[in-house]
Design a protein around this ligand. Structure first.
Ligand code: ATP
Ligand code: MG
Length: 220
C-alpha cells in the first residue's frame, strides 16, 4: 500500500472532525441534526456521517453487528468488524470530506470501541488503542462531545425493538458508560462532557458554546 493510502493525514486535512459519543439513546442523533441545521444556515459545508454503517460495505457490516444472530458474535470478531467499518469509513468518507474542507459530524468513532469493546467486553485497552490508531491512520477528532446519562435513561428513550448492542445487559451498559467517563478524564482537552439528562436545548447550548470557545463556530 502506498504511504498516502496508509496515512491520509499526510494529505493536508483542512476540515474539522467533530465526533458524538455516548450510550444508546443519549441524544447523539438529536444533537447532530441540530448542529447540522445550524451549520447549514451559516452557509458552512457540513457532512453528517456515522459508524458503523456508511457506504455499501459499511451497511453490510452494520447489519452483521446490530442484528440478532442465532449464534453469539465472538467479542474479537465484533471488534474486528467495527474496525473494518472504521478503516473503510476513514479512507472513503472522512478523509476525502476533510480534505475538501468540510465540517464532518461523525456519530460514534474510536471512543466507542474503547468504551464498548474495551470497558464493556474487557478486551485489552492498549490493543484497542493501537488498532484504532492503525485503522484511522492517525486521524483523530478535533473535538468530541460525550453525551452522558445513566443507561436507564438512555434505554428508556429508545422507541421500537432493541438491536443486538442495545439488548446487552445493564451491567454491560454501565461498564460502557464508566469507560466513556474514564476517556473524558483522560482527554479533557478533546472530550467535552455534556449532561445528557438535561433538556435538548441545554445540551445544544453547551455544544455550540464549546465550538465557539475553540474557534470552530462563529457568531451566534
Ligand atoms: N436531552 C434530551 N432529553 C430528553 N429526550 C431526549 C434528549 N435528547 C434526545 N432525546 C430523545 O431521546 C430519543 C433518543 O435520542 P437520539 O436518537 O438522538 O439518541 P441517540 O444517542 O442517537 O440513540 P442511538 O444510540 O440509538 O442512535 C429521541 O426520541 C429523542 O427525541
Ligand atoms: Mg442515533
Amino acid at each position: 500500500m502506498s504511504t498516502e493510502a496508509m496515512n491520509p493525514e499526510s494529505g493536508n486535512k483542512r476540515g474539522v472532525l467533530i465526533t458524538f459519543e455516548g450510550i444508546e439513546g443519549c441524544g447523539k442523533t438529536t444533537q447532530m441534526t441540530r448542529l447540522e441545521a445550524l451549520l447549514t444556515t451559516k452557509g458552512l459545508a457540513a457532512l453528517t456521517t456515522l459508524e458503523p454503517g456508511e457506504g455499501p460495505i459499511g451497511r453490510r457490516i452494520r447489519e452483521d453487528l446490530l442484528t440478532h444472530h442465532p449464534e453469539p458474535l465472538d467479542p474479537l470478531a465484533e471488534l474486528m468488524l467495527y474496525l473494518a467499518d472504521r478503516a473503510q469509513h476513514v479512507a472513503r468518507i472522512l478523509t476525502p470530506a476533510l480534505r475538501a474542507g468540510k465540517i464532518v459530524l461523525c456519530d460514534r468513532y474510536t471512543d466507542s470501541t474503547v468504551a464498548y469493546q474495551g470497558y464493556g467486553r474487557g478486551i485489552d485497552l492498549k490493543k484497542i488503542q493501537d488498532l484504532n490508531a492503525f485503522v484511522t491512520r492517525g486521524l483523530t477528532p478535533d473535538i468530541t462531545f460525550l453525551l452522558d446519562c445513566p443507561p436507564e435513561v438512555g434505554l428508556k428513550r429508545i422507541r421500537g425493538d432493541l438491536d443486538r448492542m442495545e439488548s446487552q445487559d445493564m451491567a454491560f451498559h454501565r461498564r460502557v458508560r464508566a469507560g466513556y467517563l474514564a476517556l473524558a478524564k483522560k482527554f479533557p482537552d478533546r472530550i467535552v462532557l455534556c449532561d445528557a439528562t438535561r433538556p435538548v436545548e441545554n445540551v445544544f447550548r453547551k455544544v455550540t458554546a464549546a465550538l465557539r470557545d475553540r474557534g470552530l463556530l462563529e457568531g451566534n
